[in-house]
Design a protein around this ligand. Sequence first.
Ligand SMILES: [Zn+2]
Length: 320
Amino acid sequence: MKQEARSRKHELSVAICIDLGGTDLKSAVVDSSGKILHQQSTPSESKKNKKKILDNLISSISIEEQWAQAQGFRIQGVGLGIPGIVSYPEGIVHRSPHFPDLKDFPIKKLLQKKIHFPLVLDNDANMAALGEGWIGAAKGKKNYLLMTLGTGIGGGIVFDGKLLHGDSGFAGEVGHIVIEREGRRCNCGGRGCLEMYASATGILYGLSPSLRRRGLGGGLTAEHLYHLALQGNKTAQKIYKDFGKALGAGIASLVNVLDIELVMLGGGLSGAWKVFIDSTRQSIARHTYLTTAKKIILKRALLGNNAGLIGTARAVFVGY
Ligand SMILES: [Zn+2]
Protein backbone atom coordinates (compact mmCIF):
# COMPACT_ATOMS: atom_id res chain seq x y z
CA MET A 1 0.00 0.00 0.00
CA LYS A 2 2.81 2.36 0.98
CA GLN A 3 4.63 1.43 -2.20
CA GLU A 4 1.54 2.27 -4.26
CA ALA A 5 1.10 5.66 -2.58
CA ARG A 6 4.72 6.48 -3.25
CA SER A 7 4.52 5.58 -6.93
CA ARG A 8 1.40 7.72 -7.36
CA LYS A 9 3.23 10.67 -5.84
CA HIS A 10 6.06 10.07 -8.30
CA GLU A 11 3.66 10.61 -11.16
CA LEU A 12 2.56 14.06 -10.01
CA SER A 13 3.66 16.64 -12.56
CA VAL A 14 4.46 20.10 -11.32
CA ALA A 15 5.61 23.40 -12.75
CA ILE A 16 8.15 25.75 -11.22
CA CYS A 17 6.58 29.17 -11.35
CA ILE A 18 8.30 32.53 -10.99
CA ASP A 19 6.75 35.97 -10.77
CA LEU A 20 9.38 38.70 -10.87
CA GLY A 21 7.79 41.80 -9.36
CA GLY A 22 9.26 45.25 -8.71
CA THR A 23 9.54 44.47 -4.98
CA ASP A 24 9.35 40.69 -4.57
CA LEU A 25 10.65 37.75 -6.52
CA LYS A 26 7.98 35.13 -5.89
CA SER A 27 8.46 31.48 -6.73
CA ALA A 28 6.27 28.42 -6.35
CA VAL A 29 5.70 24.80 -7.21
CA VAL A 30 2.24 24.42 -8.76
CA ASP A 31 0.42 21.25 -9.84
CA SER A 32 -1.56 20.72 -13.03
CA SER A 33 -4.82 21.81 -11.36
CA GLY A 34 -3.37 25.20 -10.46
CA LYS A 35 -2.84 24.39 -6.79
CA ILE A 36 0.18 25.99 -5.14
CA LEU A 37 2.11 23.30 -3.26
CA HIS A 38 5.08 25.33 -2.12
CA GLN A 39 5.81 29.03 -2.24
CA GLN A 40 8.47 31.51 -1.22
CA SER A 41 9.40 35.11 -1.77
CA THR A 42 12.65 37.07 -1.70
CA PRO A 43 13.45 40.71 -2.51
CA SER A 44 13.71 41.21 -6.26
CA GLU A 45 16.54 43.76 -5.93
CA SER A 46 15.18 45.50 -8.99
CA LYS A 47 17.77 48.28 -9.10
CA LYS A 48 20.70 45.85 -9.22
CA ASN A 49 22.43 44.91 -12.47
CA LYS A 50 21.18 42.28 -14.88
CA LYS A 51 23.68 39.65 -13.77
CA LYS A 52 22.45 39.88 -10.18
CA ILE A 53 18.82 39.70 -11.31
CA LEU A 54 19.59 36.63 -13.42
CA ASP A 55 21.44 35.00 -10.48
CA ASN A 56 18.48 35.67 -8.19
CA LEU A 57 16.13 34.00 -10.67
CA ILE A 58 18.41 30.97 -11.00
CA SER A 59 18.65 30.61 -7.25
CA SER A 60 14.84 30.81 -6.78
CA ILE A 61 14.31 28.21 -9.51
CA SER A 62 16.90 25.97 -7.89
CA ILE A 63 15.20 26.18 -4.45
CA GLU A 64 11.84 25.15 -5.94
CA GLU A 65 13.52 22.43 -7.99
CA GLN A 66 15.13 20.93 -4.90
CA TRP A 67 11.85 21.03 -3.00
CA ALA A 68 9.91 19.38 -5.84
CA GLN A 69 12.54 16.70 -6.29
CA ALA A 70 12.61 15.95 -2.57
CA GLN A 71 8.88 15.21 -2.83
CA GLY A 72 9.47 12.93 -5.82
CA PHE A 73 7.50 15.15 -8.20
CA ARG A 74 8.15 15.32 -11.93
CA ILE A 75 9.02 18.84 -13.08
CA GLN A 76 7.31 19.60 -16.38
CA GLY A 77 8.78 23.04 -16.97
CA VAL A 78 9.51 26.50 -15.65
CA GLY A 79 7.22 29.49 -16.22
CA LEU A 80 8.33 33.06 -15.66
CA GLY A 81 6.40 36.35 -15.69
CA ILE A 82 8.31 39.65 -15.97
CA PRO A 83 6.93 43.19 -15.90
CA GLY A 84 7.64 45.40 -18.89
CA ILE A 85 7.93 45.13 -22.63
CA VAL A 86 8.80 41.51 -23.29
CA SER A 87 8.92 40.01 -26.77
CA TYR A 88 7.23 36.66 -27.19
CA PRO A 89 8.30 33.94 -27.92
CA GLU A 90 11.93 35.18 -28.01
CA GLY A 91 11.84 36.24 -24.36
CA ILE A 92 13.81 39.47 -24.72
CA VAL A 93 13.07 42.12 -22.09
CA HIS A 94 13.23 45.35 -24.08
CA ARG A 95 12.34 47.64 -21.23
CA SER A 96 11.07 47.16 -17.71
CA PRO A 97 10.29 50.26 -15.60
CA HIS A 98 11.11 48.45 -12.33
CA PHE A 99 14.37 46.97 -13.64
CA PRO A 100 16.38 49.78 -15.24
CA ASP A 101 19.28 47.51 -16.20
CA LEU A 102 17.12 45.11 -18.23
CA LYS A 103 17.34 46.73 -21.66
CA ASP A 104 17.07 44.52 -24.74
CA PHE A 105 18.15 41.72 -22.46
CA PRO A 106 17.81 38.17 -23.91
CA ILE A 107 16.77 36.73 -20.56
CA LYS A 108 15.10 33.58 -21.89
CA LYS A 109 18.17 32.47 -23.84
CA LEU A 110 20.49 33.08 -20.88
CA LEU A 111 18.22 31.41 -18.34
CA GLN A 112 17.53 28.41 -20.56
CA LYS A 113 21.28 27.68 -20.61
CA LYS A 114 21.28 27.38 -16.83
CA ILE A 115 18.20 25.24 -16.20
CA HIS A 116 17.32 21.70 -17.25
CA PHE A 117 13.63 22.20 -18.01
CA PRO A 118 11.67 23.84 -20.83
CA LEU A 119 11.12 27.52 -20.06
CA VAL A 120 8.13 29.72 -20.97
CA LEU A 121 8.46 33.41 -20.40
CA ASP A 122 6.06 36.30 -20.92
CA ASN A 123 4.95 39.65 -19.59
CA ASP A 124 3.57 39.33 -16.05
CA ALA A 125 0.10 40.73 -16.85
CA ASN A 126 -0.20 38.27 -19.76
CA MET A 127 0.60 35.48 -17.32
CA ALA A 128 -1.98 36.82 -14.85
CA ALA A 129 -4.59 36.88 -17.63
CA LEU A 130 -3.81 33.23 -18.40
CA GLY A 131 -4.20 32.35 -14.72
CA GLU A 132 -7.59 34.08 -14.42
CA GLY A 133 -8.82 32.25 -17.52
CA TRP A 134 -7.63 28.91 -16.15
CA ILE A 135 -9.04 28.83 -12.63
CA GLY A 136 -10.01 32.44 -11.88
CA ALA A 137 -12.67 35.00 -12.74
CA ALA A 138 -12.57 34.25 -16.50
CA LYS A 139 -12.63 30.46 -16.19
CA GLY A 140 -14.00 28.93 -19.38
CA LYS A 141 -14.22 32.26 -21.24
CA LYS A 142 -12.90 32.54 -24.79
CA ASN A 143 -12.65 36.32 -24.83
CA TYR A 144 -11.66 38.54 -21.97
CA LEU A 145 -9.47 41.38 -20.92
CA LEU A 146 -7.51 41.79 -17.70
CA MET A 147 -6.28 45.18 -16.55
CA THR A 148 -3.96 45.29 -13.53
CA LEU A 149 -4.17 48.62 -11.75
CA GLY A 150 -1.12 49.57 -9.71
CA THR A 151 1.63 52.17 -10.07
CA GLY A 152 1.00 51.76 -13.79
CA ILE A 153 -1.47 49.63 -15.74
CA GLY A 154 -0.71 46.18 -17.06
CA GLY A 155 -2.93 44.24 -19.37
CA GLY A 156 -3.54 40.90 -20.99
CA ILE A 157 -6.04 40.19 -23.75
CA VAL A 158 -7.36 36.72 -24.51
CA PHE A 159 -9.14 36.59 -27.85
CA ASP A 160 -10.70 33.46 -29.34
CA GLY A 161 -9.11 31.46 -26.54
CA LYS A 162 -5.60 32.72 -27.30
CA LEU A 163 -3.45 35.27 -25.57
CA LEU A 164 -2.98 38.15 -27.98
CA HIS A 165 0.71 38.78 -28.65
CA GLY A 166 0.82 40.77 -31.89
CA ASP A 167 3.77 40.86 -34.29
CA SER A 168 6.45 41.48 -31.64
CA GLY A 169 4.80 40.05 -28.57
CA PHE A 170 3.95 43.44 -27.06
CA ALA A 171 0.16 43.34 -27.47
CA GLY A 172 -1.98 44.13 -24.45
CA GLU A 173 -0.18 47.31 -23.32
CA VAL A 174 -3.54 48.78 -22.39
CA GLY A 175 -1.99 51.41 -20.11
CA HIS A 176 -0.75 53.32 -23.14
CA ILE A 177 -4.06 53.95 -24.84
CA VAL A 178 -4.16 57.71 -25.36
CA ILE A 179 -7.10 59.30 -23.59
CA GLU A 180 -5.87 62.94 -23.61
CA ARG A 181 -4.09 63.93 -26.79
CA GLU A 182 -2.03 66.68 -25.13
CA GLY A 183 -2.22 65.19 -21.66
CA ARG A 184 0.29 64.25 -18.96
CA ARG A 185 3.69 63.04 -20.03
CA CYS A 186 4.06 59.26 -19.69
CA ASN A 187 7.11 57.09 -18.94
CA CYS A 188 6.73 55.55 -22.40
CA GLY A 189 7.68 58.88 -23.98
CA GLY A 190 4.14 59.67 -25.08
CA ARG A 191 1.47 61.95 -23.65
CA GLY A 192 -1.97 61.42 -22.19
CA CYS A 193 -1.72 57.64 -21.72
CA LEU A 194 -4.42 55.92 -19.67
CA GLU A 195 -1.91 54.90 -16.99
CA MET A 196 -1.18 58.55 -16.22
CA TYR A 197 -4.83 58.84 -15.08
CA ALA A 198 -6.17 55.46 -13.96
CA SER A 199 -3.29 54.27 -11.76
CA ALA A 200 -1.69 55.16 -8.42
CA THR A 201 0.46 57.62 -10.35
CA GLY A 202 -2.69 59.18 -11.82
CA ILE A 203 -4.29 59.46 -8.40
CA LEU A 204 -1.38 61.47 -7.02
CA TYR A 205 -1.67 63.79 -10.04
CA GLY A 206 -5.19 64.59 -8.85
CA LEU A 207 -3.78 66.23 -5.72
CA SER A 208 -2.84 69.89 -5.42
CA PRO A 209 0.90 70.43 -6.13
CA SER A 210 1.78 70.74 -2.43
CA LEU A 211 -0.13 67.59 -1.45
CA ARG A 212 1.34 65.77 -4.43
CA ARG A 213 4.85 66.58 -3.22
CA ARG A 214 3.90 65.04 0.12
CA GLY A 215 2.57 61.98 -1.64
CA LEU A 216 5.55 61.49 -3.89
CA GLY A 217 7.93 62.07 -0.98
CA GLY A 218 6.25 59.30 1.02
CA GLY A 219 3.32 59.49 3.36
CA LEU A 220 0.26 60.09 1.24
CA THR A 221 -0.71 57.12 -0.93
CA ALA A 222 -3.59 55.99 -3.11
CA GLU A 223 -4.64 53.79 -0.20
CA HIS A 224 -4.88 56.73 2.22
CA LEU A 225 -6.99 58.57 -0.31
CA TYR A 226 -9.23 55.53 -0.67
CA HIS A 227 -9.91 55.55 3.08
CA LEU A 228 -10.51 59.31 2.98
CA ALA A 229 -12.98 58.81 0.12
CA LEU A 230 -14.84 56.17 2.15
CA GLN A 231 -15.01 58.60 5.09
CA GLY A 232 -16.68 61.18 2.83
CA ASN A 233 -13.73 63.43 2.00
CA LYS A 234 -14.88 65.33 -1.12
CA THR A 235 -11.42 65.84 -2.64
CA ALA A 236 -10.57 62.15 -2.31
CA GLN A 237 -13.97 61.19 -3.74
CA LYS A 238 -13.45 63.49 -6.72
CA ILE A 239 -9.98 62.03 -7.34
CA TYR A 240 -11.37 58.48 -7.45
CA LYS A 241 -14.29 59.62 -9.59
CA ASP A 242 -11.87 61.05 -12.14
CA PHE A 243 -9.85 57.85 -11.94
CA GLY A 244 -13.01 55.84 -12.67
CA LYS A 245 -13.96 58.07 -15.60
CA ALA A 246 -10.53 57.72 -17.18
CA LEU A 247 -10.59 53.96 -16.69
CA GLY A 248 -14.03 53.79 -18.29
CA ALA A 249 -12.84 55.75 -21.32
CA GLY A 250 -9.94 53.32 -21.75
CA ILE A 251 -12.16 50.26 -21.37
CA ALA A 252 -14.66 51.74 -23.85
CA SER A 253 -11.93 52.18 -26.47
CA LEU A 254 -10.83 48.60 -26.00
CA VAL A 255 -14.27 47.02 -26.18
CA ASN A 256 -15.21 49.18 -29.16
CA VAL A 257 -12.30 47.63 -31.03
CA LEU A 258 -12.31 44.09 -29.66
CA ASP A 259 -15.99 43.41 -28.85
CA ILE A 260 -14.98 41.71 -25.59
CA GLU A 261 -17.67 41.48 -22.90
CA LEU A 262 -15.71 40.39 -19.85
CA VAL A 263 -13.32 42.96 -18.38
CA MET A 264 -11.50 42.00 -15.20
CA LEU A 265 -9.75 44.44 -12.92
CA GLY A 266 -6.84 43.24 -10.82
CA GLY A 267 -3.82 44.78 -9.12
CA GLY A 268 -3.67 46.62 -5.79
CA LEU A 269 -5.94 49.50 -6.83
CA SER A 270 -8.80 47.20 -7.84
CA GLY A 271 -9.30 46.96 -4.06
CA ALA A 272 -10.66 50.53 -4.21
CA TRP A 273 -13.44 49.25 -6.55
CA LYS A 274 -16.20 50.68 -4.35
CA VAL A 275 -15.14 54.28 -4.78
CA PHE A 276 -14.61 54.35 -8.55
CA ILE A 277 -16.64 51.62 -10.27
CA ASP A 278 -19.87 53.65 -10.69
CA SER A 279 -17.94 56.37 -12.55
CA THR A 280 -16.29 53.67 -14.66
CA ARG A 281 -19.65 52.19 -15.66
CA GLN A 282 -21.05 55.63 -16.53
CA SER A 283 -17.98 56.47 -18.55
CA ILE A 284 -18.17 53.17 -20.49
CA ALA A 285 -21.83 53.87 -21.28
CA ARG A 286 -20.91 57.35 -22.46
CA HIS A 287 -18.19 56.18 -24.83
CA THR A 288 -19.77 53.07 -26.38
CA TYR A 289 -22.98 52.15 -28.19
CA LEU A 290 -25.77 51.35 -25.77
CA THR A 291 -25.92 47.70 -26.89
CA THR A 292 -22.18 47.34 -26.21
CA ALA A 293 -22.34 49.04 -22.81
CA LYS A 294 -25.19 46.79 -21.66
CA LYS A 295 -23.22 43.63 -22.39
CA ILE A 296 -20.00 44.56 -20.59
CA ILE A 297 -19.34 42.60 -17.43
CA LEU A 298 -16.87 44.22 -15.06
CA LYS A 299 -15.42 41.81 -12.53
CA ARG A 300 -12.68 41.87 -9.97
CA ALA A 301 -9.90 39.40 -10.70
CA LEU A 302 -10.05 36.40 -8.36
CA LEU A 303 -6.53 35.14 -7.94
CA GLY A 304 -5.05 38.27 -6.36
CA ASN A 305 -1.29 38.31 -5.98
CA ASN A 306 -1.02 34.71 -7.14
CA ALA A 307 -2.57 35.26 -10.59
CA GLY A 308 0.82 35.65 -12.27
CA LEU A 309 2.30 32.55 -10.63
CA ILE A 310 -0.74 30.43 -11.48
CA GLY A 311 -0.74 31.76 -15.04
CA THR A 312 2.85 30.64 -15.56
CA ALA A 313 1.78 27.11 -14.48
CA ARG A 314 -1.01 27.20 -17.04
CA ALA A 315 1.54 28.27 -19.69
CA VAL A 316 3.73 25.28 -18.74
CA PHE A 317 0.91 22.68 -18.63
CA VAL A 318 -1.51 23.85 -21.28
CA GLY A 319 0.55 26.23 -23.38
CA TYR A 320 -0.99 29.26 -25.03
ZN1 LIG B 1 2.46 55.68 -22.14
